[in-house]
Design a protein around this ligand. Structure first.
Ligand code: NAD
Length: 282
């Protein structure tokens, strides 16, 4: 049975190091600062924002919460971001998605200063991913990459299959591992016969939002499985996209849900924020 890729444990040790880096900055008179802009009252978004604020506190990063009512105009959001761009106490700006439908998300993301784009969603950073030198890699794929590296799993030359092609997980994940010279396949909802692709994976990364999308007969023995999915079941429990108990018997490594990719995502946000503050110091 597979060994566990323990994101909770790795996050803990990474956060310890981030706390030390933040303390060094503070000695130089700089406290890393993260502004979180939350628009509307989506309950899941509130939970995510609370987790991020708590992680900031844990690492000595100052957080600034900007909760705006759901009917806030786009113009008003843009002026909030302009003020944060100009504020020397703020090193990172994060706009929690999803945004209400009257707001043009791309316009908002493109208004964030590229030096403060700690989510890595600005076109400049996305372009950086394509050519292999983004300043701020997006947090979830960045966390997955670190989980693999820490376990000593080399991706070079491997068949990596990414299930899910979203702008925040699947596509940047594929680009980052392509940069590490993996052979990449990206699957999505229109992919015919998903199993035909997943069965060839040495490393399978699943970010689809579908419980039990991946079952044992879809993977080969020894596969490394990264489950990015977060699905809330009717009984309140949280599961990933992979049939964990079944697939675990065939895999060599697997991430649990919760306790795998989730904590890493938040930790990489803090990493990007501390990095933003360090860059400013130079
Ligand atoms: P999304 O809905 O934007 O994208 C889902 C992608 O999966 C799409 O490309 C879609 O085509 C594909 N897909 C959906 N059903 C499929 C199927 N049956 N077969 C093949 N492909 C399919 O979602 P997202 O924002 O990329 O998030 C994906 C999942 O990861 C969600 O469960 C989300 O909650 C979770 N997530 C977790 C973290 C974390 O930190 N662990 C971070 C972001 C997202």
């Amino acid at each position: 049975t597979a060994k566990i890729l323990d994101g909770k444990w790795l996050s803990k040790s990474l956060r310890q190091k981030l706390r030390e880096r933040a303390a060094i900055l503070l000695e130089g008179g700089i406290q890393p600062g993260l502004a979180v802009v939350l628009l509307g009252d989506d309950p899941a978004s509130k939970v995510y924002v609370n987790n991020k604020v708590r992680a900031c506190e844990e690492c000595g990063v100052k957080s600034f919460r900007h909760a705006l009512p759901p009917n806030t105009t786009e113009k008003s959001v843009l002026s909030t971001i302009a003020a944060l761009n100009a504020d020397p106490e703020i090193h990172g700006i994060l706009v929690q998605t999803p945004l209400p439908s009257h707001i043009n998300m791309r316009r908002i993301l493109e208004s964030i200063s590229i030096d403060k784009d700690v989510d890595g969603f600005h076109l400049y950073n996305i372009g950086g991913l394509v050519v292999g030198n983004s300043i701020f890699p997006p947090c979830t794929p960045y966390g997955v990459q670190l989980l693999l590296e820490t376990a000593g799993i080399d991706v070079s030359g491997k068949n990596v299959v990414v299930v899910g092609a979203s702008n925040i997980v699947g596509k940047p994940m594929a680009l980052m591992l392509l940069q590490k010279e993996a052979t990449i396949t990206i699957c999505h909802i229109k992919t015919r016969d998903l199993a035909q692709h997943t069965i060839l994976a040495d490393i399978l990364i699943v970010a689809a939002g579908q419980p039990k999308l991946i079952v044992p007969q879809m993977v080969k023995r020894g596969v490394v499985v990264i489950d990015v999915g977060i699905n809330r079941m009717p009984d309140g429990s949280i599961v990933g996209d992979v049939d964990f108990d079944g697939v675990r018997k065939k895999a060599s490594w697997i991430t649990p849900v919760p306790g795998g990719v989730g904590p890493m995502t938040v930790t990489m946000l803090i990493e990007n924020t501390v990095h933003a503050a360090e860059r400013k110091k130079l």
